[in-house]
Design a protein around this ligand. Sequence first.
Ligand SMILES: [Zn+2]
Length: 146
Amino acid sequence: MSEEAMVAFRRYIESKDELKGLDYEFDELLHQCFHVEHYLKTFHHFNFTVKTKKPGSADWTSAMYFAQVKSICMIKRYVCYPLEQDQYGECYACENHGMGELRHPLEGIYDMGREDIQFPFYYQDSDSDEFDATTGGSESSDEDMS
Ligand SMILES: [Zn+2]
């Protein structure tokens, strides 16, 4: 599943001029939570760390990121944000899944579910094959931020 998080990360650094040319390496997948709002809309939240190295520097540093991979009508949209320490946004969807430790950006655009809804069906997958089967390996699209 970490491939999806890295797609989101790659798009994030490619969208930032100051991050272009950065060396990076996937470090660790910390948390993930898969939400089904209805059969045409699903979203997947990730916490993961990436090691990065500035051009010309010899030092790798590791930082934590949040990514959302949303699938609407089989089209995937990716969002990624760096996580600041001790500042976390809310997500009813993850809380309802018992994934309260999954961290969300304080200022970010992502789906957080609804406070009063318990999802009628869901699973927390740890197996990427299962997730791919449900989304059919659909085409990706540009993230929905302008
Ligand atoms: Zn969440």
